[in-house]
Ligand binder design. Structure first.
Ligand code: DAT
Ligand code: MG
Length: 141
C-alpha cells in the first residue's frame, strides 16, 4: 500500500562484530531493496545532528562516543511499509526487552551495544536520509 524508504545504520559495535552481512541479509530476505549505502567513520558533528533529539539526555555523551568509535555501515532500504517493519525487525531499544527473532533480540544484550539504528517514523526517515545521503528522502510510489 505504501512503498517507503528508511534509514538503517549498523553501529560501530555491530561492524566490529562482523554483523553487517547478517543485518543486510535480514532486510533483503524480507523483500527490501538497498537504494543507497556507505561505510564511514562518523564525524562528531554528524553524530550530534543525527541524535539531536537526545541532546538533553544524560547518556548523550556516551551515545556520541559510541557512534563515532569506529566505522558504521549506513543504508537506505526501500519497500512496503519499511519504516514500521524495520523498527519491528530491529526490536526494542534495550536488547534485554527485545523479542527473539528481532535483530537486537537475537544479537545483543546491552543498550550501548544494540547493533543497529532504524528511523522511528516517516518524518525521521526523511530527515535522516537527507542528513546522511543528501536527498533520496522522498517517499516513492
Ligand atoms: P532507538 O535506537 O530504539 O530508536 P532511541 O532513539 O530512544 O532508541 O535512543 C537512541 C539510542 O540511544 C539507543 O539505540 C541506545 C541509546 N539509549 C537510549 N536510551 C538510553 C538510556 N536510557 N541509557 C543509555 N542509552 C540509551
Ligand atoms: Mg531512535
Amino acid at each position: 500500500m505504501a512503498v517507503e524508504r528508511t534509514f538503517v545504520m549498523i553501529k560501530p559495535g555491530g561492524v566490529e562484530r562482523g554483523l553487517v552481512g547478517e543485518v543486510v541479509r535480514r532486510f533483503e530476505a524480507r523483500g527490501y531493496t538497498i537504494k543507497a549505502a556507505k561505510f564511514l567513520k562518523v564525524p562528531t558533528a554528524l553524530a550530534k545532528e543525527h541524535y539531536a533529539e537526545h541532546k538533553a539526555r544524560p547518556f548523550f555523551g556516551e551515545l556520541i562516543e559510541g557512534i563515532t568509535a569506529g566505522p558504521v555501515a549506513a543504508f537506505v532500504f526501500e519497500g512496503e511499509s519499511v519504516v514500521k517493519v524495520a523498527r519491528t525487525m530491529i526490536g526494542a531499544t534495550n536488547p534485554v526487552d527485545a523479542a527473539p527473532g528481532t535483530i537486537r533480540g537475537d544479537l545483543a544484550t546491552e543498550m550501548g551495544e544494540n547493533v543497529v539504528h532504524g528511523s522511528d517514523s516517516i518524518k525521521s526517515a526523511k530527515r535522516e536520509i537527507k542528513l546522511w545521503f543528501g536527498g533520496k528522502g522522498e517517499v516513492v510510489k
